[in-house]
Ligand binder design. Sequence first.
Ligand code: ADP
Ligand code: MG
Length: 503
Amino acid sequence: MSETSFADLGLDAAVLEAVTAVGYETPSPIQAKSIPALLAGRHLLGVAQTGTGKTAAFALPLLSRIDASTAEPQILVLAPTRELAIQVAEAFTTYASKFRQFHVLPIYGGQDFGPQIKGLRRGAQVIVGTPGRLLDHLRKGTLKLNSLKALVLDEADEMLRMGFIDDVEAILAKTPENCQRALFSATMPPQIKKVAQTYLRDAAEVRIESETRTVERISQFVLPVYAERKLDALTRILEVEPFDASIIFVRTKAETTLLAEKLSARGHAVAPLNGDLNQRQREQTVEDLKRGKKDIIIATDVAARGLDVPRITHVINYDVPYDTEAYIHRVGRTGRAGRTGKAILLVTPRERSWLRTLERATNSPMESYQLPSPADLQKMRVQQFETQLLAFAEDGKLPKAMALLDEIAERNDMDMAMIAGAMACWMEMAQPGALPLETPEALPEISTAPRRDRKGPPPGKKSFRKGPGKGFKKDAKPGHRKGGPKGKPAGKGGKPPSKRPAR
Ligand code: ADP
Ligand code: MG
């Protein structure tokens, strides 16, 4: 984590206000280094893993430099797929939420030209699009780039892998000579180097490298899961892992409280730990964890810095870290004082490449985490219920309770099994999942095959039609289970990507 704060970076006041409102605590390393360079108007080459916050690394400084009073396109972002274009457009909307006049327009293939042309006519300061369709608009004259101030090639490696190089170069040729340019990529294959050399001038280079450090005594696991099933996966992990205390890492302050509420509703002794708490409150939370008044803490990286609680047996990375350094710090919260620990990382399909990166960084293999099957889970829940039931059968209040229920049974002509059943249903309602009344669904499996195994079309061939990405079981659709994040659009890289041809 960087020590810089967003306020130190020189962002426009409205942009800073929006960032504060989303709950980002500190800039990620790629952001801390890219923002000043882009604010200064420099060209930039930014290389960092997926999930390290590259979108905000360019969106925040470039938004700080636009003229919100005119609706001409000033920032153009090229993205490889429809999904990514939409995500980036949404991010811009969020970061510009405090602007009075702001429009961003996503433009991608597979959608009618009509609404896009209408949108372009209405005007938008920021256009985010896939290369093929953008080029179509440039050729038709429906998109004009005379006022363009900045051009971003986002996810450049992916764009080249998908065979967009010719389109990208054609678009570059149509942008104003003095336009600021930035290229962001997760990897740095020779082709990208060439593009950078050709199109960037005196560019600032920001690379978030992975440092190697061993994490001893900590066994590391990875669980690939669709973004919208993360909560479900987490609750199962907490159900089967024999943890003493556990720390769960998320990205934002808001997420710490949200997740704490959700786990609390599921009966866990849990507290959030974030930078909004004052020193005293934070100390109190840590103290509660030490003494066993709480068993789980949901933390941001900053808030958990230096946390030393020997009881912590498990570190769960609910959201991927910003960089390997953050990961190493996170997992180092367990295995304290010579004990052993377990670290479990949840990755969404887009974030799978973290697996390799972390293995390299920590010089140790990551095992794939086996979630219990629905049948196993069911069995476990029955067992737990039975144990509880037997314990309560020795409760001192039992005779009184039995007498009371006898009366009710008699009055209503019910038998005892029915009464017990009704009470069990009642209990299940109050404490969902406490009773095995619903068979849990199997979570859809995702393979851990790294992204680079997915071959793009041969160069020059633009069509990239493929069903659900390789490694997604066709028959296992991610549904929504009761208690899951309801109908929420998948976060970054969440949904099973239907890689539509982006033209
Ligand atoms: P990348 O493009 O590097 O793959 P994204 O820009 O998609 O990464 O960001 C990944 C996630 O991290 C997003 O959900 C974003 O909202 C979140 N994020 C970005 N910057 C920060 C920050 N400074 N603090 C907290 N969360 C952040
Ligand atoms: Mg990105």
